[in-house]
Design a protein around this ligand. Structure first.
Ligand code: SAH
Length: 221
């Protein structure tokens, strides 16, 4: 898939994108496929026009409704960790937001299931990805704390909002051998965890990073 945009800021931002690449490598991102995708993905299409000139900075930006588009470093880190052990057939994403992380996953994984609790954001993400001719994402307006049981088990689960504790439903919907990448904690301090399901009952946890995500909130809006 070539999603490099030739419109406006997309062309003029080539140098900023290369600076972003250098920064991600400096911070330890190694996966060439992930780096290339972040370079070629038109992040400016996911933010308000007034912020488009900042779209290739390594920073989170507001996307409305009190939410933010994830920082490119975090997207790269989570994607790299999720896929490090081989390519899953299906990934469940909790917290679609603007759909930027969704697009990166969709370029790598055969099928992405993406859940968002805010209907307005979900609709916008769906429209943006449709506009980019992305066809392998199924969207759902739902509370992702409950996962998406119909399509479980998932080879990978990626969560973009932080619960106080890992939701049991997500652990249950992870395939044996599958990987769950999730921020856990309170707004004052969160840990990004990689949880690997080693057997029906055995889950291994690894600390990846200290992070700052919006909280995982229950219910729909
Ligand atoms: N990766 C996204 C991150 C958006 S911020 C991006 O780059 O745009 C996190 C998102 O998680 C928000 O859109 C928020 O509404 C959503 N969210 C929070 N709690 C949720 C829940 N219980 N179920 C589904 N989505 C949730």
């Amino acid at each position: 898939m070539n999603v490099a945009s030739t419109r406006g800021i997309g062309m003029t931002s080539a140098r900023t994108r290369e600076r972003l690449m250098a920064r991600l490598k400096e911070q330890g991102i190694k996966d060439a496929a992930v780096l290339n995708l972040i370079r070629s993905t038109p992040r400016h299409l996911f933010v308000d026009e007034a912020l488009a000139s900042r779209a290739y900075e390594d920073t989170a930006l507001p996307i409305g409704f009190g939410q933010t588009i994830s920082q490119p470093y975090i997207v790269a880190r989570m994607t790299e960790a999720l896929l490090a052990d081989g390519m899953p057939e299906t990934v469940l994403e909790v917290g679609t937001g603007c759909g930027y992380q969704t697009l990166i996953l969709a370029a790598l994984v055969p099928t992405v299931y993406s859940v968002e609790r805010l209907g307005a954001l979900q609709l916008r993400a769906r429209q943006t990805l449709n506009g980019l001719k992305v066809r392998n994402v199924r969207f759902r307006h739902a509370d992702g704390g409950w996962g998406w049981p119909q399509h479980a088990p998932y080879g990978g689960i990626l969560v973009s909002a932080a619960p106080a504790e890992v939701p049991a439903a997500l652990l249950a919907q992870l395939a044996v051998g599958g990987r769950l990448v999730i921020p856990v904690g309170s707004p004052s301090g969160q840990e990004l965890l990689l949880i690997t399901r080693r057997s029906e009952t055995d889950y291994a946890r690894k600390l990846l990073d200290r992070v700052s995500f919006v909280p995982l909130v229950g219910g729909l809006e």
